[in-house]
Design a protein around this ligand. Structure first.
Ligand SMILES: Nc1nc2c(ncn2[C@@H]2O[C@H](COP(=O)(O)OP(=O)(O)OP(=O)(O)O)[C@@H](O)[C@H]2O)c(=O)[nH]1
Ligand SMILES: [Zn+2]
Length: 218
């Protein structure tokens, strides 16, 4: 099992830098049976009996749930952003998709953090389907990471793939590892933001973005 873990750790290291468009699959992904056995171990560690009736099928359910919660590892970016649309007239202003709800898990505790992402970009001649921006958010949210890394992965993916005049992202989230355990501060929210291109160079565009995501019409 140590060899499996080492291989997984090497693979994960390769995935932390750069665009990270289509992460290489873990070279020796554990089998479904091994994953279910690990869940049984954690149930016993929590203090319950994994063989009792109510818990007997739980490892299978947890492994199925993991496939959904972490499906971002299996989504190639090129499949998400491969289609753009050119019939936009002379539109060259900001496109903002705000209030994209996401659910993620922090890499430190594997406990959920959830919130909203707001994304804007200045298209150059072609636009991307609006749902694809939300798909990119989901793709990175459904992995283990910090909120900062998630924020930078989303903006890098959009910037390098669409090559727009600029991208802006603001992510606001509540971390259950700060609410349910540890410091126990429910309601505390964390805001991360990042800008490229005109957003980075022109503070007025940052202000317009902030006003738009707060609902103001300027
Ligand atoms: N920067 C950052 N920190 C995070 C994120 N998610 C969780 N954390 C923090 O990760 C830190 C881990 O700290 P450690 O001291 O290694 O772990 P810990 O003993 O469980 O820490 P406590 O949460 O303070 O009990 C904590 O301060 C968490 O609040 C995130 O997305 N970004
Ligand atoms: Zn955490």
């Amino acid at each position: 099992m140590d060899a499996v873990l080492n291989a997984l750790m090497r693979s994960a290291k390769n995935e932390t830098g750069g665009l990270d468009a289509s992460p290489a699959p873990a070279p020796q992904k554990p089998s479904r049976e091994e994953a279910e056995a690990a869940v049984r171990t954690l149930i016993a560690w929590a203090g319950d009996n994994p063989e009792r009736e109510g818990l007997i099928d739980t490892p299978k359910r947890v492994v199925r749930a993991y496939e959904e919660l972490y499906k971002g590892y299996a989504t190639p970016l090129e499949n998400v952003l491969d289609r753009t649309f050119g019939e936009i007239g002379n539109f060259d202003d900001m496109v903002v998709v705000r209030d994209i709800v996401f659910y993620s898990h922090c890499e430190h505790h594997m406990v959920p953090f959830m919130g909203k992402a707001h994304v804007a970009y200045f298209p150059v001649e072609r636009v991307v389907g609006l749902s694809k921006i939300a798909r990119v958010v989901d793709m990175y949210a459904r992995r283990l990471q910090t909120q900062e890394h998630m924020t930078s992965q989303i903006i890098t993916a959009l910037d390098e793939t669409l090559k727009p005049r600029g991208v802006a992202i603001l992510v606001e989230a509540e971390h259950m590892c700060m609410a349910m355990r540890g410091i126990q501060k429910p309601g505390a929210s964390t805001v991360t933001m990042q800008f490229t291109g005109v957003f980075r160079d022109d503070p007025q565009e940052q202000v317009r973005f902030m006003n738009l995501i707060r609902g103001a019409r300027s």
